[in-house]
Design a binder for this molecule. Sequence first.
Ligand code: XMP
Length: 512
Amino acid sequence: MKKNELILIIDFGGQYNQLIARRVRECNVYSEVVPFDISIEKIKEKNPKGIIFTGGPASVYGDDSPKCSKEIFELGIPILGICYGMQLMTYTLNGNVARATKREYGTTDVNIDNTSLLFKGFNNTNGFLMSHTDYVETLPDGFKNIGYTSSCPNAAIENKERKLYGIQFHPEVNNSINGTQVIRNFLYNICNCSGDWTMSSFVQDSIKVLKEKIGDKKALCALSGGVDSSVAAVLLSKAIGKNLTCIFVDHGLLRKNEGDEVEEIFTKQYDINFIRVNAKDRFLEKLAGVTDPEKKRKIIGEEFIRVFEAEAKKLGTIDFLVQGTIYPDVIESGLGKGAVIKSHHNVGGLPDYVDFKEIVEPLKSLFKDEVRKTGLELGIPENLVYRQPFPGPGLAIRIIGDITEEKLDILKEADYIFREEISNSGLHKNINQYFAVLTNLRSVGVMGDERTYDYTLALRAVETTDFMTGVWSKIPYEVLEKVSSRIVNEVKHINRVVYDITSKPPATIEWE
Ligand code: XMP
């Protein structure tokens, strides 16, 4: 198989490292994030067209600061050092890095030399995000200055002959104006990339590789109805057809109609061996009386595996197990320098003792937006591809306290109305996650001439890019009013609707 051009992103611990990798890919060049202590042999083996050193919180003079070997600069591979990466390049090549008296932070006008290949097409000044205390004071031999700000004398440097570049600012973030263009210039003007990374080439190449790898052996996929497992399943089915079986464990805790929608797509649109296990009763039985959120998660995770295993056993020998792991999971668990994965978010993962010969992870090199593009490329409907995140334990963690079938039905209806109205108002494009929560609070109301004593429903809507932090969405009152009035009128046993106006932190997105 033809290998894609590669840009190696060497990780020095910066918070924007995944973003750098994504920006490179947005420019149609494949990129991989690797730890800073990668060996020179490994780099040679990977044969990248260029290397980017990321930023990082350390100072090059710190005892434990991540370093690189001088040899990397002798490879003849173009290198762009960003922030700490630039300082490290300077330090390693015997320039001098100094500590400023004051930290420079924010989008800052940088005076740039637009005759440099790195800044081709830019005006003489451009606003970029600066965020540093240390700065490059003296350049290494052979380097020249190609940018400065009012408080940073060397905001950009180059050694054109050796194709080594350093920038103190962060081109990868949105606060830098035309920042991606700097990355694009590095890729195309300096590394001479041709831009061979597209989702359609990914799909074609993957199908070929999967065909070769699996041949006419059997593969099994656990479908959750989420984007990742759906895309993985369709990709596999294009490669191995009927040798793929998908098991969709419907735990009954999905949103209204969702289980049927998944079944419809996979049975009508694709020619896949599709098994739906309706296991709602089994799950509800296990969950009866359980109020602790972590206990709910654990029960659902374990039960999911049990149901899946029992179904898989009926199929006889299975060679490959398909998993929808995506690149951020790989980066977070593989590099792990300060990155934290929330363990409770791995509900639905399969334990080691499940008896399969090998795991296939066809999406493990893709970012989420690339998974979605792949899904569209494969013909998966937009409403599934752009589905908002939905937790593995489903509505169980949106019913506060114990779960009953009645509560589940109430929540499904109310949540459906909320989503419908958000969609009708066009707000769904700006709100990243929105849902209803059934609280275990009951209060007095009046309906007609009758006194009621019913549940309070909470609405939650957040705007976020990473789901680690987020702000509550300022939904217009008229929309909230309509949602509230429809819910109390159309859904039995809800007589009060409240809107959650807490951001994350201090609150989390889910209530449990
Ligand atoms: P929190 O509530 O921690 O949620 O602010 C952040 C994001 O993670 C999702 N979430 C989960 N996803 N299993 C999952 O697969 C879980 O147990 C779980 N808990 C929270 C949540 O929906 C949000 O997108």
